[in-house]
Design a protein around this ligand. Structure first.
Ligand code: NAD
Length: 279
């Protein structure tokens, strides 16, 4: 079975660098998809309260018989639960659905800057960590200005920032912040969510041909070689297996830099919501 490297987070806990994401997997299909993923060897699952499938994830975990300490489970606090004590109620509701005593990583899903509650939410996540309900805590979709603010307000640096990251949208400013502060980056939408012709791009297609792997495997490998944590989503077992099978080849420095060069540099490669506009 594939052995996925684990990366040490600033909490001291270790995260498998490759996992399985379950965004847009319907609740009724989540148990089957996660069961397949666990059978194939995935040990890191990325879900969120808003995905509506935490109970399917939990059922798959319960039926798997895999010891809890071998698994790494992430879930996220939705945007309308940032104020007051709502984060405490939200993590308890997520744990109930997941059938777990704790998650490995709990994230603030978006900064929603208009509401200006993200820093308060971060204080609540610190309490949640201290209460033992999440081993590590982090954020998602936070820009350097949001990261600066929460660190200034609390003195606590997130373990990760989970951001949209693929060859056409690389967010080098967030990556620079992360390396300066000892935070890790998780990539969401690593395959561009299939929304642009990434796999046909010569830099990707030619590397795939040269290593006799698929373009998706090249893009995942590019993330891994840059130290980024990644959890592609697929409902198809063959693709799940393929996405996990990315440790038997290595891109050359030239192949990596050709893919690095695919970001237009003006933010136009974004395929999801803008962190300043999701409120
Ligand atoms: P992704 O880039 O992983 O794309 C998924 C799509 O790529 C699939 O639906 C499938 O069509 C295609 N695909 C997958 N494997 C393939 C293969 N081997 N060959 C060809 N096509 C393949 O997009 P995603 O699911 O949005 O992102 C991954 C995970 O990131 C999510 O499941 C979720 O856990 C997380 N996420 C987080 C946020 C956030 O705001 N924090 C937002 C979106 C996603």
């Amino acid at each position: 079975m594939t052995s996925v490297p684990r990366i040490a987070l600033n909490s001291g806990h270790r995260i498998p660098q490759l996992g399985f994401g379950v965004f847009q997997i319907p609740p009724a299909e989540a148990e089957e998809a996660v069961t397949s993923a666990l059978e194939l060897g995935y040990r890191h699952i990325d879900t969120a309260a808003i995905y509506g499938n935490e109970d399917g994830v939990g059922a798959a975990i319960a039926h798997s018989g895999i010891p809890r300490e071998e698994l790494f489970v992430t879930t996220k606090l939705w945007n309308d639960k940032q104020a007051g004590d709502a984060p405490h109620d939200a993590i308890r509701a997520s744990l109930e659905k997941l059938g777990l005593q704790y998650v490995d990583l709990y994230l603030t899903h978006w900064p929603t800057p208009e509401k200006d509650t993200f820093s308060h939410a971060w204080e609540k996540l610190i309490e949640i960590r201290d209460a033992g309900l999440s081993r590590s805590i982090g954020v998602s979709n936070h820009l350097p200005e949001h990261l600066d603010r929460i660190v200034k307000d609390t003195g606590v640096t997130p373990a990760v920032d989970q951001i949209e990251l693929h060859p056409a949208h690389q967010q080098s400013d967030v990556l620079a912040w992360a390396s300066e502060h000892g935070m890790h980056i998780e990539s969401w939408g690593p395959l561009g969510q299939g929304k642009y012709p990434l796999f046909e791009t010569p830099a990707v297609a030619e590397a795939a041909a040269s290593h006799e792997v698929s373009p998706a495997q090249v893009v995942l490998r590019w993330n891994l070689q840059r130290g980024i944590i990644v959890f592609p989503k697929s409902s198809h077992r063959e693709r799940m297996a393929q996405n996990l099978d990315v440790f038997g080849f290595e891109l050359t420095a030239d192949e990596v830099s050709r893919i690095d060069a695919l970001d237009p540099g003006d933010g136009s490669g974004r395929v999801g919501g803008h962190p300043l506009e999701v409120n």
